[in-house]
Design a protein around this ligand. Structure first.
Ligand code: SAH
Length: 215
């Protein structure tokens, strides 16, 4: 089976069937070559209904979770988006398809370097990457219209809420180290509105406003 067919099957059987409706999100997931973001030995599993290891004990998220979180940001193409946890760069590429500019922070240098190379190769010019603690946000580039955190946190890091524009949306997995709920935070003139998008399981967000690193 060729990769385009594999992606179309992935979108139809895992996303459309589970209620992902945003046409632009579905189109982006049909387009971005997911197999390029996994290790060569795992290519045959790249479109499976599960996360996969990407090295450094980190994972690329399950396709459905990528779609669900992206849909929750309600992107229209004009937004400046902050992503925490670049990882493989797959989610970054999806965001780059749907927003004007993506700023993505990764704490592990080797992952960031690898993602940069691949995103360049695929022609994503509207992506800026940096290495650091994403729980502090990216003050110089704030405010952001949308923020996505792709690692699990004990709480919503306050700097990320502070750097969210009025009218902006943030999605983040919040819970304990092993299981979380996907939380959507909307910032309005009246204040903060939170909603729960369901259960999930992410690697830990490690940083000043996240978890302490395990020994
Ligand atoms: N979106 C990624 C998922 C990567 S897993 C993908 O599609 O591949 C989550 C990533 O968050 C890991 O690479 C991990 O190193 C990173 N991470 C954890 N804590 C972080 C922090 N405080 N700041 C930035 N990145 C962090």
């Amino acid at each position: 089976m060729d990769f385009t067919t594999a992606r179309n099957r992935m979108v139809d059987s895992q996303l459309v069937s589970r209620g992902i409706k945003d046409a632009k999100v579905l189109l982006a997931m049909r387009k971005v070559p997911r197999h390029r973001f996994v290790e060569e030995a795992l290519i045959s599993q790249a479109h499976g209904d599960h996360p996969l290891p990407i090295g450094e004990k980190q994972t690329i998220s399950q396709p459905y979770i990528v779609a669900l979180m992206t849909e929750a940001l309600e992107l229209r193409g004009v937004e400046r988006v902050l992503e925490i946890g670049t990882g493989s760069g797959y989610q970054t590429a999806i965001l780059a398809e749907l927003a004007e500019k993506v700023y993505s922070i990764e704490r592990m240098y080797p992952l960031s370097v690898k993602a940069r190379r691949l995103l360049d190769e695929l022609g994503y010019l509207n992506v800026v990457l940096k290495v650091g603690d994403g729980t502090l946000g990216w003050k110089e580039e704030a405010p952001f219209d949308a923020v996505m955190v792709t690692a699990g946190s004990p709480e919503v890091p306050q700097p990320l809420v502070d750097q969210l524009a009025v009218g902006g949306r943030l999605v983040i997995p919040v819970g304990d180290r092993y299981s979380q709920s996907l939380v959507r935070v909307a910032r309005t003139k009246e204040g903060i509105k939170k909603s729960d998008l369901g259960g999930c399981r992410f690697v830990n967000l490690v940083g000043q406003h996240g978890w302490q690193e395990l020994e």
